[in-house]
Design a protein around this ligand. Structure first.
Ligand SMILES: Nc1nc2c(ncn2[C@@H]2O[C@H](COP(=O)(O)OP(=O)(O)OP(=O)(O)O)[C@@H](O)[C@H]2O)c(=O)[nH]1
Length: 893
């Protein structure tokens, strides 16, 4: 039975051992020292008895704590009050400063305004003067009304002068009259002078007054002027100052009236003179405007009918490489206008020369036009307009990216098994290049070609199919070069990134380090205040997968992904290949509308009617909705990954468009070849030191070609220039060898093999053919060859080529092939590949090699034999079995 020591009990109750011993003594419980032990029965007595004491103590502590808290709160309140007072005072100070500043500013402003007003007044006066001169100088003299106005002005000026003279004379007379009152002698000679003067004045007035009368307001009354005569001399003298004022006023008013009146009339006259041409111009402008409005309306109407994006309407689409003439036609401007501008830009071009993207944009900008230079892919792409009310939510499309071996494939495998019943799990195969998973009743689409090469190749072709990127980073390895590349690619495409920190089950895993390293590349976890969701997972042990999928759904909710499902389908080709038996097989991702079996489609240059569709589980389906990936049969040729597809109502339209595109591509290809040859000629002349590595690339799918070319482009080509002189989907044939021979090229095969004739020819002509099934291997080797660092390595040595002539069932083994060895010698230990129509269908080992019923070690050319393949039954008559062995070969290059 457990015993309790006194000091433990004391500790439990927060008291000293001595105090506890005191209590024990009071309770008559035997205990001597702190280390004495107590029976459980005693302990329970102690607990009972000490309960009220403890409660009292607890209450005491509580009260003390409360008092402390109150004191603290009071102190804080005071602090806050003090801070508030300080704040208010500071605010007041600031307010005062602001007011002072405001006052200064207002004073400065008032001074400025005054100066401005003065300046304006001076300006107004100057302008008035200018206007007067202008009207006088510029008005056409041929206009009669204007000429007469000028006459009037001259007359007015004359009258005013006379009036002023008269006023002066009157003043003189009055003064004389006054003087006369003082001394008669002086007055005696006055009348004759005055009469003479009066006569002169009257005569002058009579000749001018009638013409002026109408123009001068308040003409001088006859009586008044008469009054200035002899009879009313004194009286007039008394009113001398008044009269003088009145005359001055009249003179001023007359001048003012005339000035403004004359100006106004002159202005009207000038306008009238130009009115004819003005009206014509206005009419022309109005007509032009109406035409432009009608054209614009028609354009919008057509755009609406064709479901086009209305926001793009003002931009003129110019195909890449357009000539000067093409651009002039598209912009509806004279070609000379463009040639002139090009000349000024230092790029003189003729009508038929093609323009670079930059030049097209520069010239258009110069012309004030908005253009978009369209690549071939963009030209082939369609833009649609959907009424927002037709849009419905669609599943997100996700791509997994990350460094080699960080677990992309494992993650996709783990995801494919999520939400699938246990029994069903084994039956899941990756039927097409994409998969879908259900989580919480919602769907997520995954593109199954992991890695940024495919992603970028697609994007480079204008196909933005991914909504969300999952960046996978191994927790034991951290951020590596391809992690950074993936981040850059996702960022360039403006696609949100969710980070899956993988392999957390491993002993060296450090998810925090991964987070820290990623912050250096702008990927910051949400929990650290960033934008990116991080989920720790183990793809191998299926840990955290559902959390990751839920994160994807959360991100998708933020993106509000929508599409219109009720229209003709369109989307992109994810992958396409040629399949024996089934023909052209393409994996499509629907982005808009619903795709049905029987639909007529165009994808890039391929067209056809959909014969059958398969979902990611390999099940036949009748329709595919937005974000659904499907494998389709029925296209008459193989499109390229990244091509846009679109359903047409009529198969004939589809065919016409595909034909038109194919023709255009052929013409472009021809032009390009010519162009490139010329360029190469100059380049080679310029730097003869540069070595060239010419390649011909053949592959089973377009995606591999693009991925390889993309990687080659990234290599340093300063010493050895890599030229891909030809690339295509399909087996390596004689034409490829001829081309390689002519251009000193190496042929690279991906998942494809040379046919027999091509191989023989290659051997005869010494053309090198290298075949790979892993892209990294090819890149590694080309890179190694480029930098001249080829190490001794393993090399494949072909041993025999065997044709399948018959197939039969063998108990326990399955299907075996009755064959004829065509060349070489096949051995039991050889590795092999089964080639059908130039495409590698199987790679592995021989399971059996027999002559009649006997197992044999080898069979030579010209002999028949029976061959069984390891774990492979799908052998057809006509297939070729190539056998080979791997040898260590020292490189001589
Ligand atoms: N311990 C552990 N190992 C894992 C985990 N995920 C993947 N691996 C292992 O890591 C290795 C690489 O995984 P893959 O899925 O092939 O990686 P990948 O990124 O697709 O590789 P590449 O296709 O070459 O780019 C394999 O051996 C996996 O078994 C994990 O969560 N835990």
């Amino acid at each position: 039975m457990a015993k309790t020591r006194v000091h433990d009990l004391a500790k439990e109750y927060g008291m000293s051992s001595k105090e506890m011993l005191g209590h024990l003594q009071d309770m008559k419980i035997p205990a001597k020292s702190p280390s004495s032990t107590l029976e459980d029965a005693y302990v329970s007595i102690v607990r009972k008895k000490l309960k009220p004491i403890l409660e009292a103590r607890a209450a005491e502590i509580e009260a003390q704590k409360k008092a402390e808290a109150e004191a603290k709160a009071e102190e804080e309140r005071k602090e806050a009050e003090k801070a508030e007072r300080e704040r208010i005072e500071a605010e007041k100070r600031r307010e005062k400063e602001r007011a002072e500043e405001e006052r200064k500013r207002a004073a400065a402003e008032a001074a400025r305004k005054k100066a401005e007003e003065e300046r304006k007044e001076a300006e107004r006066k100057r302008k008035e003067e200018e206007e007067r001169n202008r009207v006088r100088d510029t008005a056409p003299k041929s206009i009669p009304s204007f000429t007469s106005l000028l006459d009037q002005i001259a007359q007015q000026e004359k009258v005013l002068e006379e009036q002023a003279a008269e006023a002066a004379k009157k003043k003189e007379e009055d003064r004389a009259a006054r003087d006369h009152g003082k001394g008669r002698g002086r007055r005696s000679d006055r009348p004759s002078r005055g009469g003479e003067s009066e006569e002169t004045h009257r005569g002058g007035r009579r000749s001018s007054a009638p013409r002026v009368g109408a123009a001068v307001p308040g003409p001088v009354p006859e009586g008044e002027s008469e009054g200035r005569g002899r009879g009313k001399g004194r009286k007039g003298g008394r009113h001398g100052h008044e009269d003088e004022d009145r005359y001055s006023r009249m003179a001023r008013e007359a001048e003012e009236y005339n000035r403004s009146h004359v100006f106004e009339e002159a202005r009207e006259a000038v306008e009238e003179a130009h009115q004819d041409t003005g009206r014509r111009r206005k009419r022309k402008e109005r007509r032009k405007k109406q035409q432009a409005e009608a054209a614009e309306e028609q354009r919008i109407q057509e755009a609406i009918e064709n479901d086009q994006d209305l926001s793009q309407l003002d931009t003129v689409k110019v195909p890449q490489g357009s000539t000067v003439a093409d651009l002039a036609k598209l912009l509806n401007v004279p070609a000379n206008d463009i040639i002139k501008r090009l000349f000024l830009l230092g790029n003189p071009l003729t009508l038929t020369e093609s323009m670079s993207d930059d030049l097209i944009e520069l010239v258009a900008d110069d012309l004030g036009r908005d253009v978009k230079v369209m690549t071939k892919e963009e030209e082939n792409s369609f833009s649609f307009y959907d009424d927002p009310k037709d849009l419905k939510p669609r599943p997100p499309v996700v791509t997994v990216m990350g460094h080699v071996d960080h677990g992309k494939t494992s993650l996709l495998d783990a995801i494919r098994h999520t939400g699938v019943a246990e029994g069903e799990a084994g039956g899941i195969t990756q039927a097409i290049g994409a998969s879908q998973v259900q989580i919480n009743g919602r769907t997520i689409t995954f593109i199954d070609t992991p890695g940024h090469e495919t992603f970028t190749a697609m994007r480079a072709r204008g196909a933005k199919v991914t909504d969300i990127v999952i960046l996978i980073v191994a927790a034991d390895d951290g951020v590596m070069p391809q992690t950074i590349e993936s981040i850059n690619h996702a960022k360039a495409a403006n696609v949100p990134i969710i980070v899956a920190v993988n392999k957390i089950d491993k002993p060296g895993a450090d998810p925090t380090r991964v987070r820290q390293e990623l912050t250096e590349h702008g990927i910051i976890p949400e929990e650290w205040g960033g934008q990116n969701m991080f989920v720790d997972i183990s793809a191998k042990k299926h840990m955290g997968i559902e959390d990751l999928l839920e994160a994807v759904l959360l991100e998708a909710d933020v993106l509000e992904l929508k599409a219109n499902p009720d229209t003709f389908a369109s989307g992109h080709v994810l992958e396409a290949k040629l399949d024996r038996g089934r023909g052209s097989v393409a994996t499509l991702l629907v982005s808009r509308g619903t795709l049905h079996v029987g639909d007529a489609i165009v994808a890039g240059m391929a067209f056809g009617k959909i014969r059958a569709m398969m979902d990611p589980r390999g099940r036949n389906v009748k329709e595919a909705r937005p974000s659904d990936p499907v494998e389709v049969l029925g296209l008459q040729s193989v499109p390229m990954a990244g091509d846009e597809f679109r359903v047409f109502q009529d198969e004939r339209d589809a065919r016409a468009l595909a034909d038109e595109r194919a023709l255009k591509a052929r013409i472009e290809e021809q032009n390009k070849v010519k162009h490139v040859t010329l360029e190469n000629l100059f380049d080679t002349m310029a730097d003869a030191d540069v070595k060239e590595l010419n390649l011909i690339i053949k592959a089973d799918v377009q995606g591999s070609i693009e991925a390889l070319v993309d990687s080659l482009n990234k290599m340093d080509q300063s010493e050895v220039r890599i030229n891909v002189i030809h690339s295509a989907v399909g087996a390596i044939n004689e034409t490829d060898v001829t081309l390689a021979d002519a251009s000193n090229a190496i042929i690279i095969g991906f998942g494809v093999r040379p046919d027999a004739k091509a191989r023989t020819q290659a051997e005869q002509q010494g053309v090198e053919i290298r075949c790979y099934s892993v892209i990294y291997k090819a890149i590694e080797e080309i890179d190694a060859a480029r930098i001249g660092m080829l190490k001794p390595t393993e090399q494949e040595v072909q041993t025999a080529s065997v044709e399948v002539r018959n197939t039969f069932k063998v108990p326990k083994v399955g299907i075996a092939a009755g064959c004829m060895v065509q060349e070489g010698e096949v051995s039991r230990d050889d590795l092999c590949r089964l080639v059908r129509d130039g495409i590698v269908v199987y790679e592995g080992k021989l399971a059996s090699l027999r002559r009649y019923k006997d197992d044999v070690k080898s069979v030579k050319a010209g002999f028949e034999c029976g061959i069984g393949l390891d774990n492979f039954q799908d052998i057809h008559v006509g297939d070729i079995i190539e056998t080979y062995r791997i040898e260590q070969v020292a490189r001589t290059e």
